[in-house]
Design a binder for this molecule. Structure first.
Ligand code: SAH
Length: 373
């Protein structure tokens, strides 16, 4: 089937719904547009497509090599030990995609029976069709699994969180600088019935995030902020008065808060126009690790990193694990083990673009690999 046979953007159900909404309510913010595209429960991207993998729109680290999930699974065990090996403990994955990371992590846990006796898996996933895929991937494996819509819905207790390429899918607000004011960047519909970017009225100072007030912005500068990260940090921090917590976020993004439009759409492994094919392409924006750090620290969490993904995986023992796999591999498997390991760590591939940030509750020992530096 050629790409031309796919429905045109204008006829896609999500685009039609959004256009009706804009006709009713007027322009909507970029954040509202992104939220509908990614997460609309009926016609959004993750509700209607199986996007991850060679057959989908994009590929992620756990789909490239089993070593990724295995090393992060063993990272969770080391963190649990540093918590004093509490029983029970929950390992939660945010946005688990096809469930591959968790399936690989759980296989690695087989070598640590005390951990398997203590652990319950929680998957935070809003898309019911992705939940079906995850259930299939985790069928028959050890350790019970529960699904939740939000972190806030999980019961209290010691918690270890893993999130790969989750934050980038949370909607961003874009603020545009005009003269001395900031305006919400919005989406409207033009005379030709196409989505276009536009700007809302000037925002009042009390509606602005701290970064917008602190930064000296040139005219036309775009500042991206993620309300979902604020909510997530607040939900994680709220748990730390009762029990220990550690969270590992891996995503692509920048170390310092800056200006720029990073909203991007990816379809069939190629960049697409974020305003075309609404709900039919993956829509993400870079993670602002500096903002994430500020937010976590303000809430009393300890922060480690960001560290490049390549460095993290090498320090967690990627080469030793790769060599163990190579020892038992056929010639065809050898190639894919070697190329997968290189793709995850090589700075020209995913090794530097992707970064890892770890948050812990106050008083917990620095988690690996941050403890030894
Ligand atoms: N971590 C996976 C998948 C990343 S894609 C991997 O590395 O392969 C993003 C995932 O987050 C999908 O499973 C998507 O359905 C889920 N998701 C997106 N927005 C979400 C939200 N607000 N809450 C929970 N899950 C969400």
């Amino acid at each position: 089937m050629s790409a031309q046979l796919k429905p045109r953007a204008e006829t896609a159900p999500l685009a039609a719904r959004l256009k009706a909404r804009i006709a009713r309510e007027g322009r909507i913010s970029v954040a509202a547009y992104m939220d509908a595209c990614v997460a609309d429960p009926d016609v959004g991207y993750y509700a209607t497509r199986h996007p991850i993998g060679a057959q989908g729109d994009f590929i992620t680290a756990p789909e490239i090599s089993q070593i990724f999930g295995e090393l992060l699974g063993l990272w969770a065990v080391a963190v649990w030990q540093s918590m004093g090996a509490p029983k029970p403990v929950v390992v939660a994955e945010l946005g688990p995609g096809r469930g591959t990371l968790m399936a690989d992590a759980r296989r690695a846990w087989r070598s640590v029976p005390q951990f398997l006796e203590a652990v319950t898996v929680a998957l935070i996933e809003t898309s019911s069709s992705m939940r079906d895929v995850q259930q299939e991937a985790l069928r028959g494996a050890p350790a019970p699994v529960q699904w939740f819509d939000r972190v806030e819905d999980m019961p209290q207790g010691p918690l270890i969180v893993i999130a790969n390429e989750f934050l980038d899918a949370l909607p961003v607000r874009q603020l545009v600088r005009r003269g001395v004011h900031w305006h919400e960047r919005c989406v409207a519909v033009d005379r030709h019935d196409a989505f276009v970017f536009t700007e809302g009225d000037a925002l009042q100072a009390e509606d602005l995030p701290e970064a917008a007030l602190a930064l000296d912005a040139p005219d036309g500068a775009i500042l991206e902020i993620r309300p979902g990260v604020e909510r997530l940090m607040s939900a994680l921090a709220a748990r730390t008065s009762e029990a220990p917590l550690a969270a590992l976020f891996i995503d692509y993004g920048h170390d310092e808060t800056g200006f720029g439009d990073t909203l991007q759409a990816v379809r069939n492994h190629a960049y697409a126009d974020p305003l075309a094919a609404s709900g039919e392409a993956d829509l993400t924006a870079h993670v602002d690790f500096a903002a994430l750090k500020r937010n976590a620290k303000t809430r009393g969490l300890d922060v480690y990193g960001p560290m490049p993904q390549g460095a993290l995986l090498l320090k967690l023992g990627l080469e030793a694990r790769r060599d163990r796999l190579l020892a038992g591999a056929t010639p065809a498997q050898r190639d894919s083990i070697l190329s997968g390991a290189a793709r995850l760590t090589d700075p020209r591939q995913m090794g530097a673009l992707f970064k890892a940030l770890v948050l812990t509750s106050d008083g917990l020992a620095p988690p690996p690999p941050f403890g030894d530096i």
